[in-house]
Ligand binder design. Structure first.
Ligand SMILES: [Cu+2]
Length: 409
């Protein structure tokens, strides 16, 4: 492997230009005026809202539909596949015969994204800041909040071509979404004064927008290094077996109660036809754990409001993804297939659409820790809860007291 030439941070973001929101009546004050703006179209005088373009963001809560973005961007640039946006194209300039490290993050809060670079292979070496057994892929999927470090080996010689880097969403839900494609361009530096624009531009075909097979295949390739230097400390003994189902419900206010249920209070065929009454209730409950509890949590998608993939993010801990599957989790059969040798360690994992994922972690970090779907709109629909990991006896197992000036409720 050659030396790493340069490190690039590539962030994929959804760009919201102007939002419209239905449902309950809300009142906003907008100052509309003309202003020079360069974005998606060339610099021109255009209508801005409160001096901003994009205008102020409006968030719909309590079951509103997600805003549909106008474009995805790579490092803030939408690229040539959008109207009048060739000028706003991210260009990755590389030299032949080198290895580059790309740090990828999906910062598009409501969209899981496919990403690829035409005619190039990416080697995945890291997920959420933890090394993995390296593997190669033409295309990757990255969910909101996930990070992937990948190596890009450039062609040995100047290729007489340029290459699209493209991204577009993976969607399993029912609502409307932005199905557009963001593109950047991989350009090789050359001493010959070539006109790069005249070179052929290679494109890559990304998977279909609902290609769950690709996603399943890709995610199943992730493995921890599990070496003496980078061991996979997956808990082998489980103190608490938990089973959470994933569906939407409203918000609730109030003081928390320490009795978050270990498993659903009402069982039904989670991935079959949903019953008329799922007996979902609102409450503010925390899952309380003594420090150093080892937890196994199975997260089950459900068909209430349709099955959908959910990138689940846990604060405070990395976890090991020991198993996943489609349909209903079978507590008698499925655990025998769990990978306890080299499961991937990360902090954001996709709960498969119409399926389940099993994680294990050691609750060795005291505090109250939020766990939520990383599709921003799903948080407002209730896909969130919190863990309370209690202090231990040792000094390094205690939370420092809050500052004296912390405001009281
Ligand atoms: Cu979700």
């Amino acid at each position: 492997m050659g030396a790493i030439g340069k490190i690039f941070l590539v962030s994929l973001i959804a760009l919201y230009l102007l939002h419209s929101v239905s449902a309950a009546t809300r009142h906003y004050q907008f100052e509309i005026k003309m202003q020079n703006v360069t974005r998606l179209c060339h610099t021109k005088s255009m209508v801005t809202v409160n001096g901003q373009f994009p205008g102020p963001r409006i968030v719909a809560r309590e079951g509103g539909a997600p805003n549909v973005s106008d474009a995805y961007t790579i490092n803030g640039l939408p690229g040539p596949l959008y109207n009048c946006s060739s000028k706003d194209t991210f260009k990755l300039k590389v030299k032949p015969g080198k290895t580059y490290l790309l740090r990828l993050i999906n910062a598009a809060v409501n969209d899981e994204l496919f990403f690829s670079i035409a005619n190039h292979t990416l080697q995945i070496i890291d997920a959420d800041g933890v090394y993995v057994k390296p593997f190669e892929t033409d295309t990757l999927i990255i969910t909101p909040g996930q990070t992937h470090n990948v190596l890009l080996k450039t062609k040995p010689h100047f290729p007489n071509a340029t290459f699209y880097m493209t991204g577009r969403p993976y969607v399993t839900g029912l609502g409307t979404f932005d199905n557009s494609t963001v593109a950047g361009i991989l350009e090789y530096e050359t001493k010959a004064k070539q006109h790069l624009k005249k070179l052929p531009l290679f494109k890559q075909f990304l998977p279909a927008l609902n290609d769950t097979n690709f996603v399943t295949n890709f995610t199943s390739k992730f493995r921890s290094l599990a070496t003496p230097q980078f061991p996979a400390n997956v808990p082998l003994k489980v103190d608490k077996h938990l089973f959470f189902t994933f569906h939407f419900f409203g918000q609730s206010k109030g003081i928390y109660k320490p009795d978050f249920p270990y498993s659903p209070l009402h069982w039904f065929n989670f991935t079959g036809n949903p019953p008329n009454n799922t007996l979902v209730s609102n409450d503010t409950k925390l899952m309380v754990l003594p420090i150093n509890t080892s937890v196994e949590l199975v997260m089950q998608d459900t068909s209430i409001v349709g099955v959908e993939s959910h990138p689940l993010h846990l604060h405070g801990f990395n976890f090991f993804v020991v198993g996943q599957g489609f349909g209903n989790f079978d507590p008698n059969k499925d655990p025998s297939n769990f990978n306890l040798v080299d499961p991937i360690e990360r902090n954001t994992v996709g709960v498969p659409s119409g399926g389940w994922v099993a994680i294990r972690f050691l609750a060795d970090n005291p505090g109250v820790w939020f766990m939520h779907c990383h599709l921003e709109v799903h948080i407002s629909w209730g896909l969130k809860m919190a863990w309370l990991v209690q202090d231990g006896k040792l000094p390094n197992q205690k939370l420092p007291p809050p500052p004296k000036d912390l405001p009281k409720c």
